[in-house]
Unconditional design. Structure first.
Length: 274
């Protein structure tokens, strides 16, 4: 086993442990709600429950400090409304979605692709970000250029690793129809997008599909990676709430519409995306 592969595994283990520690420290020892809450019930409880993903953009620990675009934005909302924020990092997209449906969480507070399919399950806030799905692969290497993908047509008969349940799956299935050939999809349940980047970098897998914002936020740690091949067009990303929480959605949108005009928001946005 090469030193690089060992390093990749250490990164994956460290990230998993960090996420687990944060989860233990942020979850309340109480049973999940039996049904979704709307804004009045949330205000009455004094507590706002959110679920997010542990990554460089949404939520992470840096020098013993909690950071992340989604975390800091949500924290500003909770503070202004006088709510105590309880935030849980969850790497599984399917578990995040199920937690909103069953009322365990009030807000899906990580940038989520707005799709027609997900609109059947969630109410989405105003658009927070524009991004797209990109192919993560290693840069061209002498003698190994046959692995390098230059266009979507070259994806035929390749194995793409994607987070299980990710909205990116719908785009890949559409891409299969567009190129009229087979693409093998490997759904990954235990890891998040940054772990997939580490696995491609270390040679454990050859290709992954990730959100461009997260890939760009992490690319400096993996100088041998290439993320320049688009898998999707630019898409809208937003937060989601339960279909049973329209008042919460309205409150979030009213607040967001005002907050995005402030210097504080512009500073936050530039911190993570410029």
């Amino acid at each position: 086993m090469t030193m690089l592969r060992k390093g990749v595994r250490y990164i994956i283990i460290a990230l998993a442990i960090a996420a687990g520690i944060i989860m233990l420290n942020t979850q309340e020892e109480e049973k999940p709600a039996s049904s979704p809450r709307d804004y009045a019930e949330i205000l009455s409880s004094g507590q706002l429950r959110a679920v997010t993903e542990y990554n460089a953009v949404s939520y992470h620990v840096s020098k013993d400090t909690l950071q992340g675009f989604d975390y800091e934005l949500l924290n500003a909302f909770a503070s202004e409304k006088g709510l105590k924020l309880e935030i849980t990092p969850e790497m599984s997209f399917e578990k995040r979605l199920q937690g909103i449906i069953n009322g365990q969480y009030d807000i899906l507070a990580t940038g989520t692709v707005v799709t027609t399919q997900l609109k059947d399950t969630l109410l989405f806030t105003r658009t927070l970000l524009l991004s797209k799905q990109v192919l993560v692969q290693r840069k061209k290497e002498e003698g190994k250029d046959s692995l390098y993908i230059q266009s979507q047509l070259d994806l035929a008969h390749k194995h793409l690793h994607v987070i299980k349940g990710s909205p990116a799956l719908l785009r890949i299935h559409n891409l299969i129809d567009e190129i009229a050939d087979t693409i093998f999809i490997n759904e990954v349940e235990l890891y998040g997008p940054e772990q997939l980047l580490a696995m491609v970098s270390g040679g454990d897998i050859d290709y992954a599909v990730c959100d461009e914002n997260i890939a760009r936020a992490s690319i400096d740690d993996f100088p041998n990676l290439d993320i320049n091949t688009d898998i999707s067009f630019t898409q809208f990303y937003a937060w989601g709430v339960s279909k049973h929480s329209p008042a919460l959605l309205d409150s979030l949108n009213v607040w967001l519409n005002d907050f995005v005009q402030t210097p504080k928001y512009k500073k936050l946005y530039n911190k993570y995306f410029n």
